[in-house]
Ligand binder design. Structure first.
Ligand code: SF4
Length: 473
């Protein structure tokens, strides 16, 4: 049995941030090579602190869904997963045994050599004439691999140069250039550098966004996919502008290669993780009788299950939108009724107006999407196996822009927690609160919170910054 975990950044504000990891998880799940594909996030749920507990097998491969190495892949993710490693990840990855699971952590997908093929695939989309040996029409064509570039992260430029080198060696293009948005050599100077009459620009970016949709076209004067430049230092040239590499479906192949390389001669995989399976069997036993989990009502119906918001209890099914897949449930519960993003799923804002009809396997996945890690953590709490992490420990662990939460006094933390956590179903074990009965005992809101979530940490940081600004004014 094997579990694959894709780690995305996620966002407390932007509901679209997690979509890339979801989509790749779906593509890989459809291939059936792993028994499960789970997503985890820095700023959404399941969080990096929770995600390993949500995996069903003792053989877990973790892949950071980042375009280059850097602070997140070398510091934040290893620290939060408890890998006991900080700094550059070796090419073969890191393997650790954590809580009975063998966890293999790899380099981010963006640094895999297979990304050169993804760049070519993106180039082909805007230049169909590009055959297996070069442009079929014989027109000399240059390729620009465009990176963001930043003096703060050499790794992000290195991967651009490495891909340019690989593609130069491949001989598909008459010229290959590595250019950048925010460092030299800048893409704005492309016309002085590139001689070929036809130029393909492929942004080596993780996602479509402000840069790829606005700043790059604006700064280069691009008017669409193909833009003619009749008068450049090298005569008339035509620029073909591709979509970013990070959203191409072929990235799924790169992820699979990374996962296979991480396992090496890894054998047949692991076993079912017993604690995880026991948690879900406890949940299913409850669900077969009918249950409430937080705001969710679970009703058994002739061999299948129906879930809906408990506030919609009694409403005719015909009045509600009927969902039939875990992905459908996932996409519905990610936003409130007002369309606001829900980075913390146990905040009391589960949308109404829908129901899902599911078999037992899909019920598990749907409850996982609705309340990530809740079943596993609640069961562990009942077994006295969920260790609370006091605020001081969480604060000490923070680095980068979040290190300033270490300056928060207990009264500040409590003030913020009273505001944020008041809207949450969880009981703050990390603050010394006690939870004697859980939803597994029939108390719907009985859900433990073992550790301050990143949403609360971010709010405490804001509070510290506000206090400092007020003191200075
Ligand atoms: Fe909920 Fe507060 Fe725990 Fe975050 S820290 S999960 S808001 S109880």
């Amino acid at each position: 049995m094997r579990s694959l975990v894709l780690i995305g950044h996620g966002s407390h504000l932007n509901g679209e941030s997690a979509v890339a990891a979801y989509r790749y998880a779906e593509l890989i799940r459809a291939r059936g090579l792993f028994d499960e594909v789970i997503e985890g996030y820095w700023k959404e749920e399941p969080s990096l602190r929770q995600v390993l507990r949500t995996t069903a097998s003792t053989d877990v491969t973790v892949i950071p869904m980042f375009i280059s190495e850097g602070y997140f892949t070398e510091t934040v993710i290893p620290r939060e997963l408890g890998l006991g490693h900080q700094g550059p990840v070796p090419p073969e990855g890191i393997a650790r045994v954590i809580g009975g699971r063998t966890v293999r952590y790899t380099l981010p997908y963006g640094v895999h050599p297979g990304m050169a093929d993804v760049i070519v695939a993106r180039a082909r989309e805007v230049l169909p004439e590009l055959g297996p040996d070069g442009p079929a029409d014989g027109v000399e064509t240059a390729l620009i691999v465009l990176g963001h570039g930043t003096t703060r992260n050499e790794n992000s430029s290195r991967v651009i140069y490495e891909n340019a080198e690989r593609l130069r060696a491949g001989g598909l293009f008459s010229e290959v250039h590595a250019l950048f948005l925010d460092e030299e050599p800048r893409v704005t100077g492309w016309a002085d550098l590139v001689r070929a009459p036809r130029v393909v620009i492929v942004p080596f970016f993780a996602s479509e966004g402000w840069h790829t949709l606005e700043t790059i076209p604006e700064e280069l004067g691009l008017s669409g996919v193909v833009t003619p430049f009749p008068d450049t230092p090298h005569g008339p040239q035509q620029v073909h502008y591709a979509r970013p590499v990070g959203t191409h479906a072929a990235v799924a192949e790169v992820i699979l290669h990374l996962a296979e390389e991480a396992r090496g001669a890894g054998g047949p995989g692991g076993d079912t993780e017993r604690g995880h399976e026991a948690a879900w069997q406890a949940f299913l036993k409850l669900a077969r009788r009918g249950a409430r989990v937080g705001e969710l009502l679970v009703t058994p119906e002739l061999g299948v299950f129906e879930i809906r918001n408990a506030l919609d209890e009694g409403r005719p099914g015909g009045d509600l939108m009927t969902l039939v897949t875990p992905e459908g449930v996932r996409d519905r519960v990610r936003f409130t009724d007002g369309g606001e993003h829900r980075p913390v799923h146990t905040l009391r804002s589960l949308p109404r107006g829908w129901r899902a009809v599911l078999n037992e396997a899909d019920l598990r996945r749907s409850v996982h999407y609705t309340y990530p890690a809740v079943v596993e953590e609640t069961y562990a709490h009942g077994c006295h196996a969920l260790r609370p992490t006091p605020w001081a420990t969480t604060a000490r662990r923070q680095t980068g822009i979040y290190a300033k939460v270490q300056r928060a006094v207990p009264e500040q933390v409590e003030r913020v927690a009273e505001r944020v956590c008041a809207a949450c179903l969880r009981t703050r074990l990390w603050a010394g609160e006690r939870l004697t009965h859980s939803f597994l005992d029939g108390v719907p809101g009985g859900i433990p919170c073992a550790e301050a979530c990143t949403f609360l940490v971010a709010e405490v940081r804001e509070e510290v910054a506000r206090k400092k600004a007020a003191a200075a004014s």
